[in-house]
Design a protein around this ligand. Structure first.
Ligand SMILES: [Zn+2]
Length: 464
């Protein structure tokens, strides 16, 4: 491939068909194609099929043959916090309650500039891990710039907190200011959403005000829901570490608090905030009635198996969600809880946990996991018309996974190879909207060395 004819140059020109071929191509909506290829024109997919058919159909196209690789749609990460990338590895052996208390201490040690560095580190990891779309919750304001610079697709949710209803009007006006500012700085690939943080940090009135604002402006909402036992205890009986230590630490201990006597899901359902644009992260501590309610209101779920297991929260009942017809995608959650944003790790953790708990290997299949990590995630975010599969007319969000290594040999089923054998390091090509962001394991949109150097400096502050 000459310099003049490279994919980056073609993207810059915005013209010409480019063909990307590999041993396996996974359209997701149809069977894997052996010796397949995907044809891209501008920012979208033009055709998918056998490599020989693609080259015959587009004889003037530039052809990139990835050889022994799997070409597939980029992963859709339904729950992340890229701004917390530098927090990885510092609270690795704590249960959720003590973990979130310590997290508050660490969060206060960093400046806005530090969060910029952290978000750049997180966004660069998304690119190199093939996470082409993220539903990213953000408080500092740093993530949007990092995601834009990386060239990723995202819905960036502005986080909002508040239990004191005397401050509700101020909280809402600050939220609206932040959203207005964010919306001025998004490109074609970014949407802005709202993230009322969780049932123990957001009052019912604030949830309702956010839901109303979202309806008015046509925005989507995400929240952390039914994540920990501590949250269930707090909502049901008004006690436990979130009612006492957490409220004291945040400075909310002057507020009266009543036990609500219900589950976290039921609690939100009572305030009329659910709907198809509502994405609930976690949903570990849910009853059959909760699952029925989530299905009825068409709430989507971000399943975060690694984060939930690591913080001792438990295992969300994924098979029951799928059985109820709930839209579910995987979320890596933040590196503060799950250390690395590796969709292969999420898929593998999910399949092992659910097969182990159910004592049944039929409970979740490798192909089903890959579908959830791509098109399933797109459906959960309401973006399935644009992304999640390799189909003509969809956006060219494409990744390639290297299959050269011994741990993949020999490949019989590419889905099994991905779920049981691959890791984030095996990604060597990432493209979003027809623009290559990562080729031959080199970041094209960010200075990886500089980001790593600065991130190490920021990390030093956390240990002080
Ligand atoms: Zn989270």
């Amino acid at each position: 491939m000459s310099d003049k004819k490279g994919p980056a140059a073609a993207a810059a020109r915005g013209g010409g068909v480019r063909i990307f071929g590999a041993t396996w191509v996974l359209p997701i909506v149809s069977d894997p194609i052996h010796k397949g290829a995907v044809a891209v024109e501008g920012d979208s997919i033009k055709a998918v099929g056998k490599a020989e058919e693609m080259t015959a159909a587009f004889p003037d196209a530039e052809v990139t043959d990835f050889h022994h690789a799997i070409v597939m749609p980029g992963f859709v990460n339904c729950h992340s916090h890229v701004e917390y990338a530098v927090f990885r590895g510092i609270m690795d052996n704590k249960n959720f309650g003590p973990w979130i208390l310590e997290f508050l201490d660490h969060k206060g040690k960093l400046s806005h500039d530090d969060y910029v560095v952290s978000a750049m580190l997180g966004a660069s990891e998304c690119v190199s891990s093939g996470l082409t779309t993220s539903a990213d919750s953000m408080y500092s304001g740093a993530s949007l710039g990092a995601i834009v610079q990386a060239g990723l697709r995202a819905r960036v949710y502005q986080e909002v907190f508040g239990l004191d209803d005397n401050k509700l009007d101020d909280t809402m006006s600050q939220l609206i200011d932040k959203i207005n500012e964010l919306e001025e700085n998004t490109g074609d690939l970014i949407e802005v959403g709202i993230a009322p943080h969780a049932t123990y940090t957001v009052s019912a009135s604030l949830y309702r005000a956010v839901a109303e604002l979202a309806r008015e402006r046509g925005m989507k909402i995400t929240t952390h829901l039914a994540e920990s036992r501590a949250e269930s205890v707090y909502i049901r009986s008004g006690s436990g570490i979130l009612a006492l230590d957490f409220r004291e630490k945040v400075g909310w201990d002057y507020l009266s608090h009543e036990p609500f006597g219900v589950t976290p899901v039921k609690y939100l359902q009572q305030w009329n905030v659910f709907g198809p644009g509502f994405l609930a992260a976690h949903c570990v501590h849910v009853t059959p009635a909760d699952i029925e309610a989530l299905a009825r209101y068409d709430v989507a779920i971000a399943h975060c198996p690694k984060s939930n297991a690591k913080l001792g929260c438990g295992i969300a009942p994924l098979p029951a969600f799928l059985h109820a017809g709930i839209r579910v995608g995987f979320g890596t959650d933040s590196p503060a809880s799950s250390n690395i944003m590796d969709m292969f790790g999420e898929m593998r953790t999910a399949i092992f946990l659910h097969r182990g708990v159910e004592r049944d290997a039929a409970v979740l299949g490798a192909a089903e996991c890959v579908q959830m990590a791509t098109l399933g995630g797109a459906r959960a975010l309401g973006m399935e018309d644009r992304i999640g599969s390799l189909e003509p007319g969809k956006q060219a969000d494409i990744i390639a996974v290297d299959m050269e290594y011994s741990h993949f040999t020999p490949i019989h089923d590419p889905y099994s190879a991905l779920v049981f054998g691959a890791n984030q390091e095996d990604i060597f090509f990432t493209m979003v909207a027809g623009r290559p962001l990562y080729t031959r394991k080199v970041l094209l949109t960010m200075d990886e060395e500089e980001i790593t150097k600065k991130a190490r400096e920021v990390k030093e502050k956390l240990w002080q």
